[in-house]
Design a protein around this ligand. Structure first.
Ligand code: SF4
Length: 247
């Protein structure tokens, strides 16, 4: 893994999902095969493959202290184009420091990750009335997970993290995106652990890459996502969990 320290010019960026996104790192060592954020490679001039580099924005918290003084309070998505709790965060603690600043200053935060390392920051998340945490869970089948997300935490570890957060009173959601095969049991597995669920499909550009690499025909099929999405939504609603399909 090529990890280096960089100095960023800005830390809060405008986002279509929430008012702002905050990415403490450039790159993501999980390197999921379908990752839509791999465009960051070109954007930041990296020659390494996606998943093989991480730039650590060492001045993230200093920038954030300054930027929140100049902006109106609004929800911040942590992160968007990297996983804020990828392994390097265990040592660098940039996400934690940024969360501290945001929550101490009353900024609402939506954390999205695949990592149970988020539990390290349970103290901060519990102190914020408006924080919510989403774990991305794409399938109930860990063999499928290991095919598409070989370096990311297991399905069970993610669901256990949601269970702990939820039982500690933190608002939680599951991001089932992209839906992969073997997602059928997720409604039962997530009941009592999430407040709501979001479902999205594979990004077609990367679906084509995966199709060529693994010969996975369903990734090109509109029908797969529509059928899976509807079935899952029905299952979640049957458990009394609000569920939104995003495509
Ligand atoms: S964890 Fe998210 S940001 Fe990181 S490689 Fe996987 S999909 Fe991309």
């Amino acid at each position: 893994m090529n990890t280096k320290e960089v100095t960023a010019k800005q830390i809060l960026s405008r986002s279509k999902v929430f008012a702002y996104a905050l990415n403490p790192y450039i790159g993501c060592s999980y390197g999921c095969t379908y990752c839509y954020a791999r465009f960051m490679r070109r954007f930041t001039g990296h020659g390494d493959k996606w998943g093989e580099f991480v730039d650590v924005k060492v001045n993230a918290s200093e920038l954030l202290e300054k930027e929140i003084r100049l902006k109106k309070v609004a929800r911040v998505w942590v992160s968007g184009v990297c996983d804020p709790y990828q392994p390097v965060e265990g040592r660098c603690r940039l996400t934690r420091r940024c969360l501290e600043i945001l929550t101490e200053n009353g900024w609402p935060v939506t954390v999205q990750t695949k990592s149970p390392l988020v539990l390290r920051d349970l103290d901060l998340l519990k102190r914020s009335e408006s924080a919510e945490v989403g774990l991305t869970v794409t399938t109930a089948d860990d063999a499928v997970r290991s095919m598409f997300e070989p370096r990311a935490p297991s399905v069970g570890d993610r669901i256990n993290a949601l269970a702990t957060l939820h039982s500690e009173g933190v608002k939680t959601f599951a991001m089932i995106a992209p839906i992969l095969p073997g997602a059928d049991g997720l409604a039962e597995m997530l009941t009592g652990k999430v407040d709501h669920v979001l479902i999205d499909r594979m990004n077609y550009h990367h679906a084509d890459r995966i199709y060529r690499k693994y010969g996975v025909e369903w990734a090109r099929s509109e029908g797969f996502f529509i059928r899976q999405g509807r079935d899952l939504r029905r299952a979640f609603e049957g458990e009394g969990i609000p569920c939104e399909i995003l495509f």
